[in-house]
Design a binder for this molecule. Structure first.
Ligand code: ACO
Length: 399
């Protein structure tokens, strides 16, 4: 069992691997994916069972601690998270200082980064009690900050969390409740959001998780590492895809060009035109999460009595793409984000909040990976090699 860095030193071999297509940066025991078969498992449990049987917090425990929680472990975990939902009052002024039209992902990453200014006494990655309290604080406060980012974009007053509510219901109230009247949680919305969050909880070494691990490998604290992960998630080729899908569907609707014409532009590789929500680095088959999301899309829209022509456009796009040789030969299928935007829109979230919802979903996975990285004796600071192709050694011209 020769360590890769020892092997590299012994053989003098360096590989160039753009996008890390073939390079494993770590070993991990959290999530298993078989992209050819379309299989995803959290700690060995199939995603189809996890997403339909567990809650967001139970799944978070499973990912972070490795096994399902007992009833008492779960209630203690839930209780601790409820006790930490409040934000420092000064943080509100921090949010106030940002422009009202700021993208909520920028607001969120800034807020998470700012957490390390409030908890300076518990940031030591080598102290288990610091890691534990940072875990609880992040799980409790990220949804509250996300809701603040949303309220800020609307110009509405922030609400205080209602800790008598469940994790997901509290989040819905913070987003859609107002100071003026009591908020009634719609159980259909609550169930659907819980499922979507669970489906996003982990996906092994994706760009944002790898970022969290890379930053964490420098022994930066958990808040700093996760703030970096949120920024990595922001891009349209990663978490930003759910927002980009809706923008694409709207453009198809408004232009009146029709699905077939749009697909032709994708196939002709017109600059900047991709079928957003399609394709995946790992899945070369239907993304198992996308199947579950598609089911939810129908359920939620029917239950809410919403008829959205964008859902019809999405379904038509999927049908056209899945029978087209361009997509078949490249093994491009809908990914998790193809239908999520339509559901978030029906729930009442503005498009710019979609990637924020992904971040709340992904948080337990980031935490689990950060902790796995921090406790792995083989962890080294992440430091890729490069192949230098620049100018050879030369002298500056005489002056
Ligand atoms: N639309 C059209 N063509 C595509 C798409 C797409 N969505 N995705 C890949 N292709 C084509 C590429 O043009 C390329 O074609 P070529 O061989 O003729 O050059 C081929 O398929 C392979 O594509 P790559 O870009 O090499 O695949 P890679 O694994 O690097 O990219 C990615 C994966 C980034 C997800 C890509 O499929 C994509 O851009 N999809 C759209 C954005 C998206 O939905 N992202 C969300 C990913 S899932 C997530 O983060 C939750």
């Amino acid at each position: 069992s020769l360590d890769i860095s020892t092997f590299t030193k012994q053989t003098g071999l360096t590989t160039v691997d753009y996008g890390f297509v073939n390079t494993a940066a770590t070993k991990s025991a959290i999530t298993y994916i078989d992209g050819d078969q379309g299989i995803l498992r959290y700690r060995g449990y199939p995603i189809e069972q996890v997403a339909t049987s567990l809650t967001y917090l139970e799944t978070a425990w499973l990912l972070i601690y490795g096994e399902l929680p007992s009833a008492s472990e779960l209630s203690e975990f839930d209780e601790r998270i409820r006790r930490h939902t409040l934000l420092h009052e000064d943080l509100k002024r921090f949010f106030d200082a940002l422009p009202h039209n700021a993208h909520p992902m920028s607001v969120l990453s800034s807020g998470v980064s700012a957490l390390s200014t409030y908890y300076q006494d518990s940031l030591n990655p080598h102290k288990p009690e610091d890691v534990e309290i940072s875990t609880i604080r992040l799980l409790a406060k990220l949804p509250v900050m996300a809701a603040y980012a949303h309220k800020k974009s609307l110009g509405q007053a922030f609400l205080y969390p209602d800790n008598s509510l469940s994790f997901v219901d509290n989040f819905l109230r913070l987003n859609f409740g107002t100071m003026a009247e009591p908020y009634e949680v719609n159980p259909v919305l609550s169930k659907a959001l819980e499922r979507l969050l669970i489906l996003h909880e982990d996906h092994e070494q994706n760009a944002s998780t790898s970022t969290v691990r890379l930053v964490g490998s420098t022994e930066a604290n958990m808040f700093a590492s996760i703030s970096a992960g949120i920024n990595a998630l922001f891009g349209p080729l990663h978490g930003g895809a759910n927002e980009a899908v809706l923008t694409m569907l709207r453009e198809i609707q408004e232009s009146g060009e029709g699905v077939a014409k749009f697909v032709e532009r994708v196939k002709n590789k017109e600059a900047g035109v991709r079928l957003m929500g399609f394709g995946h680095r790992v899945y070369k088959n239907y993304d198992p999460r996308a199947k579950l999301v598609k089911e939810s899309a129908d359920e939620v829209l029917t239950a809410l009595g919403v008829q959205d022509p964008l859902l019809d456009i999405a379904k038509e796009l999927e049908q056209v793409a899945l029978s087209d040789d361009y997509f078949i030969s490249r093994r491009l299928y809908p990914n998790v984000d193809f239908y999520t935007g339509v559901i978030y829109k029906a729930m009442g979230f503005p498009t710019r909040m979609f990637t924020v919802l992904f971040a709340i979903g992904r948080l337990p996975g980031w935490i689990a990976h950060w902790r796995e990285m921090a406790t792995d004796p083989q962890t080294k600071i992440g430091r890729p090699q490069q192949l230098y192709l620049g100018a050879p050694a030369r002298d500056l011209p005489p002056r």
